[in-house]
Design a protein around this ligand. Sequence first.
Ligand SMILES: CC(C)(COP(=O)(O)OP(=O)(O)OC[C@H]1O[C@@H](n2cnc3c(N)ncnc32)[C@H](O)[C@@H]1OP(=O)(O)O)[C@@H](O)C(=O)NCCC(=O)NCCS
Length: 181
Amino acid sequence: MFLSTDRLLLRDFVEDDWRAVLAYQSDPRYLRYYAWTKRTPEEVQAFVGRFIAQQERQPRLKFQLAITLPATGQLIGNAGIRIKTAGGHEADIGYELDPQYWGCGYASEAARALVQFGFERLHLHRISAQCLAENVASARVLEKLGMRLEGRLRDSERFKGRYWDTLHYAILDPEWRKASS
Ligand SMILES: CC(C)(COP(=O)(O)OP(=O)(O)OC[C@H]1O[C@@H](n2cnc3c(N)ncnc32)[C@H](O)[C@@H]1OP(=O)(O)O)[C@@H](O)C(=O)NCCC(=O)NCCS
């Protein structure tokens, strides 16, 4: 499974990808908005293993793809679209990037490719996403996709000794088609 964009190649994970994932998931900038305080090789091997297992499921519901730079093959993050139930009309998306590559528009480019895939090839009706309210860069990625803010859940997460609000966004197929035409 591949998705190409102007600057990126999104491809299925392979086992050996865990090393590149561990390298960026160990960066404190990456860890800031997650419950994790560090990552171990075993945890990241299991993380990548779950994405590989998803590739085998028929029908496939989850497409969690490695974000790579085509010129070098460098893995710089991951992004996924996950259908909620078989035969269902809704999926959610998520993404993460190696902090060395933040601020280049790559997350927006990868997320856009996933939403396009969801509406045009998976024929979904609704695609949603959520982020911590303080994760301004992530909220901005969703807004740039044309997603609408549907709600803010106060203190809906608890980790690192405190509560966090979450923002819930979604876009519907007709909204996407209108914005893309
Ligand atoms: C969220 C994440 C993927 C965004 O990556 P990115 O490379 O910054 O994304 P993009 O460059 O495509 O877009 C980010 C947008 O947020 C804006 N932004 C970034 N930091 C910001 C800040 N502190 N305040 C305001 N805007 C900010 C950027 O300017 C850009 O908007 P613009 O194109 O209108 O200028 C990245 O920060 C990341 O991997 N974080 C760790 C994992 C994570 O949080 N994943 C999301 C979980 S919900």
